[in-house]
Write a protein that binds this ligand. Structure first.
Ligand code: HEM
Ligand SMILES: *[C@@H]1O[C@H](CO)[C@@H](O)[C@H](O)[C@H]1NC(C)=O
Length: 484
């Protein structure tokens, strides 16, 4: 108990010092410039508006501010002054046109667990080099060859859920998106190595949002140790593949074969950090999107019928599922695709992101001081009635016309935009195909709402029961009775 209080006091002292430094820094900066800061309130210098942000729905917090101050406003969260950007133009300014003036910033604890050399912590040459490698390994041409494997993974996942028990949908989706991540990174991997990666990574995963302390026995310390074991496992896989001299197109192969202008290859640490980075970027995001899709389809039976109709045509064409789904078929599912886009808009899984100004920057007459955080608010833009009429309504047909430029950014924008977006969407298309053609699912409990972990997920991870449809229908006199 004493230990814990000690930590809490230390934490307070730490936050206070950070706040004080930020405060002095801001004061100094304010004196020597003529441009004004954006409107908004910084709250108390000590904790700023963090309490307010965490004591209410974050959407309400941002939306209230936006209403009061407009597209750009300042606030004070997590110990540092920040500027929030709620307009497409401002987001584009920070992420695309002036991206070089804003560097990515993440909590130190995340950097420690993922590995500081992962691409999303970097800017400039190193970032560009790694980004090309990651993007190349996830190109459409490479994804095309993953379809049969992803399909098998989806089929066996669904099969394992349909035994009458209550399934924690989000957990199960996490397993699936991890499997697909491993596939995209390594191609085929020996079962024992995969199992070791899975076990140790799940310990790291539990540490991401735990209090960062190296005290023994804490989730963070356990995660830290598991991360070291992952390094060893990855190093073994790398030496095995070096021996085989396999030149394959999966991410690991691309990283291993890369040479810079001077012929230098990437170090083992650089490779490992980027592999863990991609696993991290791919898992919860995709799992959250898949879980939301199940919820939205469940809550909109008419829509589910039209998705079913679209998918049944493909299913029947494939000899009632005896033939494998083809790449071309996944590229031609217009109704299903719009459901995915609308799910991404509604759920806005990455609600906002953080950058830090590397120098004083001027935007529309306002000054963004060096060292301040800036936060493009994707979710607010996605829920602004000016760009998406009736934003709270789930309506895939709104995507019959393309959204206005820079108003739809579920995968971010600019130099750090998501290189995994096509893989994520492919996974969703394949999942929906098999789900709606062969299964029924019922959501357990009537509690609705959102949990943040930190990505938004339906309440309790959407507990649900899955049933194979064909078995159902055999015992029924008339299939239509079921719907009434
Ligand atoms: C529905 C699923 C996904 C969503 C909503 C999503 C969203 C995003 C967003 C918004 C960013 C930009 C963050 C920023 O600018 O600060 C990003 C970056 C990234 N994503 Fe995704 N992502 C998803 C799936 C994936 C998958 C499947 C992979 C890989 C297989 C992946 C790999 C990455 C990587 C490596 C970055 C960093 C890129 C860079 O810094 O240059 N993501 N993602
Ligand atoms: C983690 O990896 C090590 C190999 O470094 C392995 O022996 C162990 O079984 C794995 N799983 C756990 C839970 O530690």
């Amino acid at each position: 108990m004493e230990e814990r209080e000690g930590i809490i006091i230390l934490l307070h002292v730490f936050v206070f010092l950070v706040a004080l430094i930020c405060y002095i820094f801001v004061r100094r900066n304010q004196r020597d410039s003529t441009n004004k800061l954006p409107p908004g309130s910084l709250g108390w210098p000590y904790i700023g508006e963090t309490l307010q942000l965490y004591s209410q729905d974050p959407n309400v917090f941002f939306a209230t501010k936006q209403k009061r101050y407009g597209e750009i406003f300042k606030t004070h969260i997590l110990g540092c002054p920040s500027i929030m950007l709620a307009s497409p133009e401002a987001a584009r300014f920070v992420l695309v046109t002036q991206a070089h003036l804003f560097k990515p910033t993440y909590p130190k604890s995340k950097e420690t667990l993922i590995g500081p050399l992962a691409l999303f912590f970097h800017q400039g040459e190193y970032h560009t080099r790694l980004r090309k490698l990651v993007q190349g390994s996830l190109s459409l041409d490479n994804l095309r060859s993953l379809v049969p494997d992803i399909e098998s993974m989806v089929v066996s996942a669904l099969d394992s859920w349909a035994d009458g028990r209550i399934v924690h949908t989000f957990h199960e989706m996490k397993r699936l998106s991890f499997e697909v991540g491993i596939l995209a990174i390594f191609g085929h991997l020996e079962a024992s190595q995969k199992e070791q990666l899975k076990q140790n990574y799940s310990i790291v995963d539990k540490g991401y949002n735990s209090f960062p302390t190296k005290l023994p026995g804490t989730p963070f310390k356990k995660a830290y140790l598991a991360r070291k074991r992952l390094q060893k496992i990855l190093s073994e896989i790398i030496s095995e593949r070096k021996e085989k001299r396999a030149t394959e197109k999966y991410l690991l192969g691309c990283l291993m074969n890369s040479k810079d202008d001077n012929g230098k290859t990437l170090s083992e640490d650089q490779i490992a950090d980027n592999i863990i980075g991609v696993l991290f970027a791919a898992q919860d995001t995709t799992a959250s999107a898949l879980t939301w899709i199940l919820k939205y389809l469940h809550d909109h039976p008419k829509l589910l019928e039209s998705v079913k109709a679209e998918q049944k045509v493909i299913y029947q064409f494939n000899d009632d599922g005896h033939l494998k789904l083809t790449w071309a078929q996944t590229r031609n599912m217009p109704i299903t695709y719009k459901v995915i886009l609308e799910s991404l808009r509604m759920a806005s899984i990455i609600s906002f992101t953080f950058r830090e100004a590397v120098t004083d920057v001027e935007y529309k007459g306002y000054r963004i001081p060096k060292g301040w955080k800036v936060m493009p608010l994707f979710r607010n833009i996605h829920h602004n009635p000016e760009f998406f009429p009736n934003p709270q309504q789930f309506d895939p047909s709104r995507f019959e016309v393309a959204p206005k430029p820079n108003t739809f950014m579920p995968f971010g924008s600019g130099v750090h935009a998501c290189p995994g977006n096509e893989l994520a969407k492919l996974e969703m298309l394949i999942m929906i195909h098999h789900l709606v053609t062969k299964y029924r699912w019922e959501v357990e409990g009537s509690e609705s709402g959102i949990q943040y972990g930190p990505f938004p997920v339906p309440m309790h991870g959407l507990p649900a029961r899955f049933q194979k449809e064909s078995i159902q229908e055999k015992g029924e006199v008339c299939g239509a009775c079921y719907d009434t």
